[in-house]
Design a protein around this ligand. Sequence first.
Ligand code: FES
Length: 87
Amino acid sequence: MKAVFSLNGALHTADVPAETLLTEYLRDDLGLTGTHIGCDTSQCGACNVLLDGQSAKACTLLVATLDGADVLTIEGLGSAEALHPMQ
Ligand code: FES
């Protein structure tokens, strides 16, 4: 399934199986390993990203549902020259 969404400020197109979780996609397909997998049961928050400006657990989000969304991971908060305090 295709989903087109903003990822760390850039337009991104994902073409993934319907059951693909955002944590898997970020880490395994895109190499964005700043989003961690702790419990994988929606308990710990290690996988938090910003979804449309609100905190969201990436282990509960299906990539296919993100069409039109704005996703920000820890990698997108700052740059190599100007790290965000969270980085
Ligand atoms: Fe623990 Fe997502 S991995 S809440």
